[in-house]
Design a binder for this molecule. Structure first.
Ligand SMILES: C[S@@+](CC[C@H](N)C(=O)[O-])C[C@H]1O[C@@H](n2cnc3c(N)ncnc32)[C@H](O)[C@@H]1O
Length: 343
């Protein structure tokens, strides 16, 4: 997905560096192309200063506790998770956001490293916070400023993992946190990660699951729609259109929950659309895009899996699960996996 192929070095302070694989101009170009084709993929909701604020506001809102609950689950099981991470691994986190989960993780890894080498007083950990929004990379780097680790931020797309990985020191603990795993087609993301991880690497991700325990399909749907169709989430999804010049009354946001057939059976996936209610224009950079009443802009999606569906996908895509942690109500999971050694 890298359109420029250019790798530039941004500002670095001390042992902090930032590599820019995808520039702001690239992203703006993509926004223009996507909107022209009546598409608004989810990554465009997070771009620029406004996009960073947009996500942090949603993440802090009472009606959208998805990423926050996953943080609680990580904190609760931190000691057991860290026991599985060999000393000296680099931590790579794609879609790092403000990097607060990574700070928690790294503090525990530093402690473990120091306990294992008490005389040296040194730790050998490298941290690579990665995001398509460079402002998030800066925030994530700042967050670990006082930790005795090496840091290198990267601005780029997860989809460019083959390019990003050229910067990493192996072995890596490769993280995708904040339910971001569920924003991708399952076999696409698992194949991408499988192709680009080496045998000694580990894969760590979290997911907000479809509520199943003690609830019928209808109440499960209601609970998912309650979260995703909240006013706060609607505003989050409308942000780019508002940012580039539309008024709230110019369009409607719709969210549905659809059944999708997959290799492992039927799974649930949200479907989001923006309906244009009157003829209007948007200006992106130097370009103008016209919309007509009745146009529909197709948006990104979130899969809502059960825990068994996630394990089935991992299995068919060649992963072995090392450890899983489930919340008490079984609606959140963190998974530590590695590439299966095929005989
Ligand atoms: C749902 S937020 C999760 C943030 C954080 N990991 C957390 O747990 O709170 C998704 C993050 O992924 C980033 N992102 C979205 N699409 C991406 C992509 N294709 N490649 C890299 N980062 C992406 C966004 O900018 C945002 O910071």
């Amino acid at each position: 997905m890298n359109s420029t192929g250019k790798v530039g070095f941004g500002q670095g302070s001390g042992n902090k560096e930032k590599i820019v694989v995808t520039s702001k101009e690239d992203i703006e170009g993509r926004l223009y192309e996507c909107l022209k084709n009546h598409e608004l993929p989810d990554y465009l909701l997070y771009t620029d200063t406004g996009g960073a604020k947009n996500w942090l506001k949603l993440d802090g809102s009472e009606t959208f506790p998805v990423a926050r609950k996953l943080k609680v689950l990580l904190e609760k099981n931190l000691d057991s998770i860290v026991r599985f991470i060999p000393t000296g691994m680099s931590l790579v986190s794609v879609g790092v956001g403000n990097g607060e989960k990574e700070r928690i993780f790294l503090e525990a890894l530093v402690k473990k490293n120091l306990a294992e080498n008490p005389t040296s007083g040194k730790v050998s950990i490298r941290y690579y916070p990665i995001d398509i929004n460079g402002e998030f990379v800066d925030i994530a780097l700042e967050k670990v400023d006082n930790l005795p680790i090496e840091k290198e931020g990267i601005v780029g797309f997860l989809e460019d993992m083959a390019i990003l990985k050229k910067n990493w020191r192996l072995p890596v603990l490769f993280c995708i946190l904040g339910n971001t795993f569920c924003n991708y087609e399952p076999e696409f993301i698992l194949q991408l990660v499988h192709e680009n991880l080496e045998q000694g690497d580990l894969f760590f991700f979290d997911a907000n699951l479809l509520p199943t325990e003690g609830s019928d399909a209808q109440s499960a749907r209601k609970s998912v729609l309650g979260t995703y169709a909240s006013r706060e989430n609607a505003l989050f999804n409308m942000y780019p259109l508002l940012q580039y010049g539309m008024a709230p009354e110019d369009f409607d946001f719709e969210l549905l929950l659809a059944h999708i057939n997959s290799r492992i059976g039927t799974v649930y996936r949200t479907r989001k659309s923006l309906y244009i209610l009157k003829n209007t224009e948007l200006t992106v950079g130097t370009e103008t895009i016209g919309f007509r009443e009745g146009d529909v802009i197709n948006m990104g999606f979130t899969y809502k899996y059960t825990y068994d569906q996630i394990t089935a996908f991992l299995d068919i895509c060649g992963f072995e699960i090392l450890k899983t942690f489930l919340s008490e109500d079984c609606t959140n999971a963190v998974v530590l996996a590695k590439k299966r050694i095929e005989k």
